[in-house]
Write a protein that binds this ligand. Structure first.
Ligand code: AHR
Length: 515
């Protein structure tokens, strides 16, 4: 008691100052910013699945209730432009390996119908096809990423598709394109050669797929005037490192531009848990899966480094996100789920991981854009809402094509029972105007964390910020309350010379701007 009084006496007399230890310390190295964070890390994915394309993007040319351009909703085009979507992957997914692109061109009333065997067994009338997708990408300002049918298609089918969309001269395919109303080619750069070849794309072994890839890639002629073909091989299922090893070993580097990787934050494939009424244990398990991305990216990159030390081939994480049980009353094959602050945590931490691995991860696609899995947009007839994931992607778009600022991060843990995960995740970049952005996520469900950042420079004079948070982790935007969660100004950051401090509330995403 006596000692305490003496200590208090010192404190009040101002003779010593006791400062609380920060929960996380970061040393930032803005002077070492060299690597560019490729904007294509911020890509999205649109599959013919459930209500992503039909009753999502596409409501039909004749729709008088919902304003649209050639059948694509105008409100969606505007929202995705604001998001700065750099690329959009289409038409699948598993659907891609059943899709025959020639069924989706020409007069819509003459297009053959098919059954979407992977997703709900619904009839696909092919009314949204190649022209619809590529024109929509132009409207959004996104580069198209076409996923070709390798599983049930043919080499000629892919080689014709490349010629149809990219050739400017006279040829059977370019003539057909012109007959269908498009004079100039679209110059599509990104091409996926099959999807999940280890699973729905054909259940192949890596050695077999590597040979097939070489064959298909050989007949993909580069007709583009402005851009080079960027061929992406179907990649590993999560931690199947042997898949990456075999493909890197067996495919010559001059035939390969990208190698894919798929990883979903799913608790258990047999019991995925609800999208909104999840427990804290389920939240923790989801975040454990999300943070697993760090290990996956690191280990796949290490294998790629062995065969490609100059890092020519990009690691393309073209499917990622949270996957839960579908909403009650919806078709289980449609994968429709709500999107809460848990999804904001997945998005923020995953994008920080991608940014920090900018040397190898140069493209990625969140699954999926509208009404499917971890969507950025949900629709209900003429209504449309932006999810917490949309807001994180929008807050983070400042990192697109900026230079990565290396960080050394030490953080306390988010503890649940005897399990723990790092509480704070961060990444930073400097843009072409010299403005630094730091994105910080606190995944701790209960505790705020004080973050202290040494900028190793006192060149910055002002700090401002935005925050995404809510009262409960389970909160979401609904059609009745569409703006419950949206970014707000963040006033909790203090800049003193080279030291930046901020108190980051539980389950929140903060993006700071330093000038
Ligand atoms: O995104 C949903 C599905 O997940 C995709 O069609 C497939 O590639 C993956 O298994």
């Amino acid at each position: 008691m006596k000692h305490q009084i003496i200590l208090l006496g010192f404190l009040f007399s101002g003779m010593i100052t006791v400062q609380a230890q920060p929960s996380a310390t970061i040393i930032a190295h803005p002077n070492e910013a060299e690597l560019v964070i490729n904007k294509h890390i911020y890509g999205h994915f649109a599959e013919h699945l459930g209500r992503c394309i039909y009753d999502g993007f596409y409501v039909g040319e004749g729709n008088a209730k919902i304003p649209n351009t050639q059948g694509v909703r105008n409100d969606i085009i505007d929202a995705l432009k604001k998001l700065k979507v750099p690329n959009l992957r289409w038409p699948g997914g598993c659907f891609a390996d059943t899709y025959h692109w020639k069924d989706g061109i020409g007069p819509k009333d003459k297009r053959p119908k098919m059954v979407n065997v992977w997703w709900g067994g619904v009839t696909e009338d092919n009314s949204f096809g190649t022209h619809d997708f590529l024109n929509m990408c132009e409207a959004i300002g996104a580069a198209p990423y076409l996923a070709a049918n390798v599983g049930s298609g043919e080499v000629k089918e892919l080689s014709d598709w490349v010629q149809y969309v990219n050739f400017d001269g006279i040829s059977p395919m370019s003539n057909l394109r012109k007959e269908n109303g498009r004079e100039k080619p679209w110059n599509v750069s990104f091409w996926g050669v099959g999807n999940e070849a280890w699973g729905c794309g054909g259940n192949m072994k890596p050695e077999y797929y590597a040979n097939i890839y070489r064959q298909y890639a050989t007949f993909m002629t580069d007709w583009t005037n402005s851009s080079k073909l960027f061929r992406i091989a179907s990649g590993s299922n999560g931690n199947d490192y042997n898949w990456t090893e075999v493909l890197m070993r067996d495919i010559p580097l001059n035939m390969l531009d990208g190698l894919a990787l798929h990883h979903y934050s799913v608790i258990d494939w047999n019991s995925k848990g609800p999208s909104t009424t999840f427990t804290e244990e389920q939240y923790f398990a989801t975040m454990k899966q999300a943070l697993m991305m760090e290990e996956l990216v690191t280990r796949h990159s290490t294998i790629m480094d062995k065969y490609d030390p100059k890092k020519k081939v990009a690691l393309v994480v073209d499917e990622w996100g949270g996957w839960y049980t579908v909403e009650d009353g919806t078709n289980p094959g449609f994968l429709y789920q709500q999107n809460t602050m848990r999804d904001a945590m997945i998005a923020g931490t995953t994008l920080n991981i991608f940014n920090n691995h900018a040397d190898r991860v140069r493209m990625a696609n969140l699954a999926q854009t509208i009404n499917v899995l971890q969507a950025v947009i949900l629709t209900q007839e003429e209504k449309m809402i932006l999810t917490p994931t949309y807001h994180v992607m929008e807050m983070y778009n400042v990192h697109q094509d900026a230079k990565l600022v290396p960080l050394n991060l030490k953080t306390k843990d988010y503890v649940l029972g005897n399990q723990k995960l790092p509480a704070i995740s961060a990444s930073a970049s400097v843009d072409k105007n010299g403005v630094v952005h730091v994105s910080i996520v606190n995944i701790d469900s209960k505790n705020a964390h004080d973050v202290s950042i040494d900028l190793l420079s006192s060149a910055y004079k002002n700090v401002s910020g935005r925050i995404l948070t809510s009262a409960k982790l389970q909160d979401f935007n609904s059609f009745d309350n569409p703006e419950k969660i949206k970014p707000a100004g963040f006033k909790g950051a203090i800049l003193k010379a080279n030291n930046l401090t901020a108190k980051i509330p539980p389950f929140s995403v903060v993006v700071l701007e330093l000038k």
